[in-house]
Design a protein around this ligand. Sequence first.
Ligand code: CP
Ligand code: NVA
Length: 319
Amino acid sequence: MNQPVVLQQMKSKLNGKDFLQISDFTKDELMDLIEFGIKLKNMQKLGEPHRYLEGKTLAMIFEKSSTRTRVSFETGMYQLGGMAQFLNKDDIQMGNGETVADTAKVLSRFVDAIMIRTYGHDIVVELAENATVPVINGLTDDAHPCQVMADLMTIYEKKGSFNGLKLTFVGDGNNMSQSLLMGCAIMGIDCYIAVPKGNEIKKGIFQMAKEKAKLSGAKIVQTYDAQEAVKAADIIYTDVWASMGWEGDLQARLAEFADYQVSEELVNGAKDDYLFMHCLPAKRGEEVAAAVIDGENSVVFDQAENRLHVQKAILATLV
Ligand code: CP
Ligand code: NVA
């Protein structure tokens, strides 16, 4: 099917590229993907055909569980005219010891793109180095770039621009907060990260975000003081205290993170029209109070929906 000019222009720059981390892209490239995600969302709502990936296939490797990532990628490929294959690590030979490199080379002979959710970020990098088709990071221990794209799209839709915004993340210095920090730093959103001692953002990632922020003018702050960090915030974001792979530490972490719950009291410090955001899945009563996530400032289901639209923009551009 004919591709719109905006897609042809994005393809001329990004076609064939991997989507491994937010920091691999410029502000303009991310903005183009967000705008195209919004366009695809409108087309979908209006029932306008946009089968830009007719006959194309996506292999999706999962080493961790998922609701949003799996269903949004699978549905997205279908809506673009292609199809996706769900590959649980235990069902494919990678689970029996076939190397990441061999898996990448074999899958590249069959499919047009690979999405992977795994533990070490080095696995995604190795897969991308050995694949001849684009590789998309569907979450690693260090990064969750597709989620941040949906989050930025949601902020842009709700606030109309990224200018003059302050986002505060309260909780763990994990894959989510690291990618979010990077996304804010690139797009020019002031970003405050409030974590308990010992759970900071990885030093190298924080440093890189600082560098990106010099270009965009964003203010980047990491602190242990959640109350201070949420003052006058436009957006408050949190995520689980024990990410996938860390569940064994939950009891200790519940105590460690107790003062970092996004409670009704904490959000009082934010602007009246603040947005509450969470990548989901959420644990009510742990990182967030039910009254906050289920309250009128919460946009968590808009974020979840936008995974579909912005990932369709990414797929249509890279593949
Ligand atoms: N936010 C997110 O990635 O959700 P899933 O773990 O359900 O994919
Ligand atoms: N930090 C969470 C995000 C889940 C989408 C995890 O890695 O489990």
